[in-house]
Write a protein that binds this ligand. Structure first.
Ligand code: GLN
Length: 195
């Protein structure tokens, strides 16, 4: 099994390490590669878009043709997961901030996201929440977006204070928080189980 982690910017290495650990736990033989060039995602079974700065990540993946490869992979049914900035990039619709910055979205997850949704007072925090199919998980939020509207066919995987913070549409998952920073592999295991 080959998993690609988009590696142009953001918390790439953490995702690589946690995905490797999750594979080990599941007894899966495979490799995880941080991707900076085109040609890798198209040969992978699954792809993760990490957190970071959505405008920057978006610019770089569209510039290099990695964006088209992610779309193709998702459309052929392979799992794609975006965390935090990655959730924004996967979404179909953004808010004014996304529009103002000209952040181009992949439009693979039928949701509307609100960027930096928790405001300045709560730029980052950690909490426990119930993740559907996984159980209680520790969730680290850093200048996190939330999902404001979900389209038909989108399942809510987790909420926090009545806001949707994890959603799935078939093989595409978007999370507001950072599962790679909580010292837990279960969300990644859930993702790998979709392959
Ligand atoms: N606030 C960032 C953005 O909008 C996302 C933060 C993150 O990925 N930790 O791009």
């Amino acid at each position: 099994m080959r998993v690609a982690v988009v590696g142009v910017q953001g918390d790439v290495e953490e995702h690589v390490v946690v995905t490797e650990l999750a594979m080990e736990r599941l007894g899966i033989d495979g490799s995880v590669t941080a991707v900076r060039k085109p040609g890798v995602v198209s040969k992978s079974d699954a792809v993760i878009i990490p957190g970071g700065e959505s405008t920057t990540i978006s610019k770089l993946i569209w510039k290099d043709g990695i964006a088209e490869e992610i779309i193709e992979l998702a459309e052929s049914g392979n799992p794609v997961m975006g965390t935090c900035a990655g959730l924004i990039i996967l979404s179909k619709h953004g808010d004014e901030q996304v529009e103002k910055t000209g952040t181009r979205l992949l439009r693979l997850l039928d949701v509307r996201v609100k960027r930096n949704a928790f405001g300045r007072q709560r730029e980052s925090f950690e909490t426990e929440l119930e993740f559907r199919g996984v159980g209680r998980v520790n969730a680290v939020f850093i200048r996190a977006p939330v999902v404001e509207n979900v389209g038909d066919g989108v399942e809510v995987l987790a909420t926090f204070e009545e806001k949707v913070v994890a959603a799935q549409e078939k093989n595409v998952i978007g999370l507001s928080f950072h599962p790679e920073l909580s010292g837990d592999t279960r969300v990644h295991e859930y993702f790998l189980s979709l392959i």
